[in-house]
Design a binder for this molecule. Structure first.
Ligand code: CA
Length: 235
């Protein structure tokens, strides 16, 4: 699964190394060289799934960036991996006090950084800003638990199917093209074909049973989650 990672680092060489390595590992990236830019990028939709945050930035300390992220409702639970320079023992502790999820001491191996990032993402296991559960006709969706129920029956969705459902549901009434779904739900992975979208939508519909009709196919355009539950679908 591809994630959106915000990289905050003022050393250009390191910034580009991290950018290259994370993208090569299949993630999408957003880059910032200052604390202010980091706060701006962290609150832009779609929200990053994780922030790699350098401790020493030109305008403010990483710990301050972290503290401010913890202060906004939208970024309160966004995972943060702090980068510190060797021997800044006190700063490491400060990083955790400000709410960082993990830290790495420079110089570090990029491979280990990727492993740590994956571990944090696994632990968080959900979008950083999961809204409360939503009800639509006979369908109930819990973004935090990544589960969906139809008539109180667990639909047994996979992580991907849930993401697909939630993406469509959050944008109900609006057509989503296959290209947009590939980019936003699959993260634009190069080996995924647009036919894959059809296969997964069909499987998702099957699992949703009667609520599957909420997902409409618009020939030649894409998919749309109904704006209103309407009649018939809940029967
Ligand atoms: Ca720095």
């Amino acid at each position: 699964m591809s994630h959106l990672i915000l990289i905050v680092e003022d050393e250009q060489d390191l910034l580009h190394t991290l950018d290259y390595s994370l993208r090569k590992a299949g993630h999408r990236t957003r880059l910032a060289g200052t604390g202010m830019a980091a706060l701006e990028h962290a609150t832009q939709e779609p929200l990053p799934d994780l922030v790699v945050l350098d401790l020493m930035l030109p305008d403010m300390e990483g710990t301050e960036v972290c503290r401010r992220l913890r202060g906004f409702p939208a970024t309160r639970k966004m995972p943060v991996l702090m980068l510190t320079a060797k021997g800044e023992e006190g700063d490491r502790v400060g990083g955790f006090e400000s709410g960082a999820d993990d830290y790495m001491v420079k110089p570090f191996s990029v491979r280990e950084l990727l492993l740590r990032i994956n571990a944090i993402l696994r632990r968080s296991g959900q979008p950083a800003t999961a809204p409360a559960s939503a009800v639509f006709g006979n369908l109930r969706v819990d973004p935090a638990g990544q589960k969906a129920w139809v008539e109180e029956r667990d639909a047994g969705l996979t992580h991907l199917e849930f993401r697909l459902l939630n993406y469509l549901l959050e944008r109900r009434g609006r057509v989503q093209t296959r290209d947009v779904l590939l980019k936003e739900v699959w993260g634009g992975a190069a080996d995924v074909q647009s036919r894959t979208v059809d296969v997964h939508v069909n499987r998702l519909r099957e699992k949703l049973g009667s609520a599957g009709a909420f997902i409409e196919t618009l020939r030649g355009a894409g998919y749309r989650f109904r704006a209103q539950p309407g009649r018939g679908a809940a029967s």
